[in-house]
Write a protein that binds this ligand. Structure first.
Ligand code: HEM
Length: 484
């Protein structure tokens, strides 16, 4: 009797895992990599964990701009066709929300990133949008510039010949910036080489990905990963909790320069009143996680390409010299630096720092006349679309001029370049990110020359974002005296 019970339990457990891993949804009729009878494509994905960007590119090259694969019971269509993506991102009935796996949602606070598209999301989006309006950007700009100066002072003081880890430096810089602009808190990551916040940030991103690549029942049991994630998250939550509770984010109407996102959110209200303290807390944590690593990656990739392409770097420096004439940049300068903007766009094209943007089908639908069942994830594969030679001609070349809109040769489908996503759920922080990258890069290029051996290997690393996280060591040579 006992043996039968054990056998029954074992078979039931195996069946449970089988259906959870393999899934029960019908297969899709699109080309894609061969599937294992049990694992489907899950093992291929986990094998290339931090090099998933290369895998997406490889399957698109081999199977075309709509590729089907299946991982952990989920049908995934990997799409790099701008026209189809445009339709998907605008079809709010079938594809209302980003597809998010449960462990991710449960761990991330319920702010804009993790919320399904709903009345609640609309309200939060409406209340948060003014934080990214022009009048606040001007205030944030002063923080971008002042924080940049702290970093550049350190670079000036670094002994000649020492290579600088640019990614590390920009992570610290953007963390300090989001702390100050987000809630008036100085993480002091730039001044503290052992900052626990820097490590906590990386742990959060790594563990979210690992949990997401496990089948749900196994992820639910993986205490060690979850604890690590919670510890990382807690480091940030404690700080934000403190500031929210004490309501001491500063900021007041009389003193424009003291404004930050938290002080504004605590004040803002609509016909339903204010957001609760918990809601404000969750939104601030969300902005902090969404808003610093992405920009650090973008600026790092830009420096990587500029260091390898001295002629582009010289052209950029010329624009900055002409406009700034040696003085530090100001908020108003952003409009007069088109080449700087193209450099940032070209970096985001070659290295979309959020490489995949998934949407989940809420009902059966069709793509290219073929059934796409409810529950399918249609993911915008930006890595492949942004490197498609049919769209870009010479995608491997770092050529900022391709973003010069006055040149008719640069005419292409508007959705062919979508580093910030599209439709209603488009990135709320894109102006913030652009301004930050523009002002920091302008000042960096004005003061330093960046050099790198073109054969030096830098490894792109994808957790949630895609960054030059290993080996970005650059010669940073002062060309302008240190600012006092
Ligand atoms: C270069 C830097 C950045 C990149 C490449 C980037 C990219 C993205 C992408 C692709 C999405 C998803 C869009 C979609 O699903 O259609 C997104 C969403 C979001 N981003 Fe960004 N982002 C960046 C910087 C920022 C910054 C600086 C902030 C805030 C300070 C921010 C806050 C958010 C938020 C809150 C969402 C969720 C919006 C919603 O669903 O309503 N991002 N971002």
């Amino acid at each position: 009797m006992l043996l039968q019970a054990i056998l029954f339990a074992a078979v039931a457990a195996l069946a449970f895992v089988y259906f959870k891993v393999r899934g029960t949804a019908p297969f899709l009729d699109f080309p894609g990599p061969p599937r294992h009878w049990f694992w489907q494509n899950a093992r291929q994905v986990t094998k290339v964990l931090h090099a998933r960007h290369d895998w997406w590119r490889a399957i698109s090259k081999e199977y075309g701009n709509i590729v089907y694969y299946r991982s952990l019971g989920i049908n995934i269509l990997n799409v790099s066709d701008p026209e189809i993506l445009d339709q998907v991102f605008k079809n709010y009935t079938i594809f209302p929300s980003r597809a998010l796996k449960n462990p991710f949602v449960r761990v991330l606070p319920l702010g804009l990133v993790a919320m399904e598209t709903s009345d609640r999301w609309s309200r939060h989006r409406r209340l948060l949008s003014p934080l990214f309006a022009e009048k606040f950007m001007e205030v944030y700009a002063t923080v971008f510039i002042a924080s940049g100066e702290r970093l550049f002072k350190q670079w000036h003081e670094t002994p000649r010949g020492t290579k600088i880890n640019i990614y590390e430096a920009f992570i610290r810089l953007t963390l300090d910036i989001i702390g100050l602009t987000g809630f008036g808190y100085n993480f002091a990551a730039l001044d503290n080489p052992d900052s626990r916040y820097v490590h906590a940030g990386q742990e959060i991103l790594d563990e979210i990905v690992r949990l997401n690549l496990l089948p749900k029942p196994i992820a639910a049991l993986d205490r060690a990963k979850k604890d690590k994630l919670r510890d990382g998250m807690k480091a940030f939550e404690d700080v934000v909790d403190d500031v929210v509770k004490a309501n001491r984010a500063g900021g007041n109407d009389e003193d424009e320069t003291s404004k930050n996102m938290l002080s504004e959110l605590l004040r803002m209200q609509d016909e339903e009143g204010k957001l609760t303290r918990e809601e404000v807390h969750d939104e601030i944590i969300t902005l902090m996680i969404a808003g610093h690593e992405t920009t650090a990656n973008t600026m790092s990739w830009a420096i990587f390409q500029l260091a390898r392409n001295p002629s582009v770097q010289a052209k950029l420096r010329q624009e900055i010299e002409t406009v700034l004439e040696g003085r530090p940049p100001k908020y108003e300068d952003r409009k007069n630096l088109p080449y700087t903007e193209w450099v940032i766009k070209e970096s985001l094209r070659m290295y979309p720092t959020l490489p995949i943007i998934p949407r989940e089908a809420m009902a059966d639908t069709e793509i290219r006349g073929k059934l796409v069942p409810k529950g399918t994830w249609v993911q915008a594969d930006l890595v492949s679309m942004h490197s498609d030679p049919k769209i870009w001609g010479d995608p491997e070349t770092f050529r900022p001029e391709r973003f010069d809109e006055s040149n008719p040769d640069n005419n292409r489908h508007p959705a062919a370049f979508m580093p910030f996503g599209g439709g209603r759920r488009i990135c709320i922080g894109q102006r913030f990110a652009f301004l930050e990258a523009t002002l920091v890069l302008a000042r960096a290029i004005q003061q330093f020359e960046f050099r790198m051996d073109p054969d030096q290997q830098v490894t792109g690393y994808t957790d949630i974002s895609y960054g030059p996280k290993i080996g970005l060591l650059v010669d940073v040579i002062p060309i302008q005296p240190k600012a006092e």
